[in-house]
Design a protein around this ligand. Structure first.
Ligand SMILES: Cc1ncc(C[n+]2csc(CCOP(=O)(O)OP(=O)(O)O)c2C)c(N)n1
Ligand code: SF4
Ligand SMILES: [Mg+2]
Length: 348
């Protein structure tokens, strides 16, 4: 067994000499076959392969089956299971208090799109450095499968009830509001999801990833547009994604003109093979048009939809001190009495 700081003998290790056990979490209590479990597995793989120190990670969530997931990955990391829909404000406080940490938040389509929509909106426009994952099953899994705001118009619940409200497209919303990395993936697409997660780890700013993640208990039947079979048949990947971290040699073969290459903030390189003609992931309008067009056909465009690697993040905007706020001594954070007296005198 590893204690989270060293590798067990004979195990595959990463660049920090840690083995997989340092990245795993507790045993899942979610239903067998739930898409959320597959996402936890990919998060474990991505953090292991990127060689992130798990003790430098903050994992946060709201409430829902999805929000239970941080317990199932990265055991040595710092976890905070917050209130329903309120993870963004807790994440904002935590990241601003200690900007040296790498933060990952896991939410659900209900947690984000219903009770948490106000918090989500302001998080996206701030570009806080945070990987924000929506485990999107189109329903409130934990409270027995009611439609959520991402359920498609006309989709059918298990009991035959038809959804008569149009969906919120969280990717379109995030792009519109200023998130600097927006992706959609499918819990059943191991390869794509792993590449997207690795790129999100290398990104500086908000990386919003909507992962379609079927709920096998309440939303995996005919008539649901978030079932495994519907998503498999209507997934429109934008093209192959190759992510090369800065510490690895680039040996990706790509055809000039057919591939977009994006240099990430930490020096990692992202290669996006174009399937959609002339798709440019740095063009907001193109990304928005693609989302509208695919939705009209009842399809899901998946991959990295939009990326702006050099955008100022919330820490740059606030011009924070180099030293994390959490470590500043009281003498530097609390004004002395004389200064407070002076302020009070000025108000008389
Ligand atoms: C303030 C508050 N309102 C309502 C609830 C009840 N509740 C718990 S989880 C949930 C919805 C979860 O749906 P989602 O975020 O999509 O997660 P999933 O279970 O589908 O993964 C609701 C309404 C709650 N816990 N707290
Ligand atoms: S109820 Fe649905 S979302 Fe919740 S654990 Fe089971 S399959 Fe997953
Ligand atoms: Mg849900």
């Amino acid at each position: 067994m590893s204690d989270g700081t060293t590798a067990a003998p004979g195990k595959r290790t990463n660049r920090l000499n840690l083995d997989m056990t340092s990245y795993r979490g507790s045993k899942t209590t979610l239903c067998a076959g739930c898409g959320h479990n597959a996402i936890s597995e990919r998060i474990i793989d991505a953090f292991f392969e990127m060689g992130v120190d798990p003790k430098r990670v903050l994992k946060l969530s709201g409430i829902g089956c999805s929000s239970k997931s941080p317990a199932y990955f990265l055991n040595p990391s710092h976890g905070f299971n917050s209130v329903h829909g309120r993870m963004p404000s807790v994440a904002t406080g935590a990241v601003l208090a200690n900007k040296t940490m790498l933060a990952i938040g896991v939410s659900g389509d209900g947690d984000t799109g219903a009770i948490g929509i106000g918090q989500f909106v302001h998080l996206m426009r701030r570009n806080l450095p945070l990987i924000y994952i929506i485990e999107d099953n189109g329903c409130y899994g934990l409270t027995k499968g009611q439609f959520s705001p991402t359920a498609d118009l006309g989709s059918k619940a298990k009991n035959g009830v038809v959804n008569d409200l149009p969906p919120i497209d969280t990717c379109a919303l995030a792009i519109e509001l200023g998130a600097s990395f927006v992706a959609r993936s499918f819990s059943g697409d191991k390869k794509q999801l792993l590449s997207v997660l690795k790129a999100a780890i290398a990104h500086r700013g908000t990386a919003m990833i909507d992962v379609i993640s079927p709920c096998v208990t309440f939303n995996d039947h005919d008539g649901s547009t978030k079932s495994y079979s519907y998503v498999k048949d209507h997934d429109e990947p934008l093209g192959e994604i190759s992510f090369v971290p800065y510490f690895e040699e680039i040996n990706v073969e790509y055809e000039a003109g057919a591939t977009t290459s994006v240099k990430m903030h930490d020096g990692s390189q992202l290669f996006l093979r174009k399937v959609a003609e002339d798709y440019n992931p740095s063009d907001k309008l193109a990304a928005t048009r693609l989302l509208h067009e695919t939705a009209r056909r009842g399809e899901f465009a998946t991959g990295i939809l939009y990326i702006e690697p050099d955008k100022d993040d919330f820490i740059d905007i606030l011009n924070l001190t180099d030293e994390p706020l959490a470590f500043l001594p009281t003498e530097r954070t609390r004004p002395p009495k004389a200064v407070l007296d002076q302020i009070m005198d000025g108000l008389r």
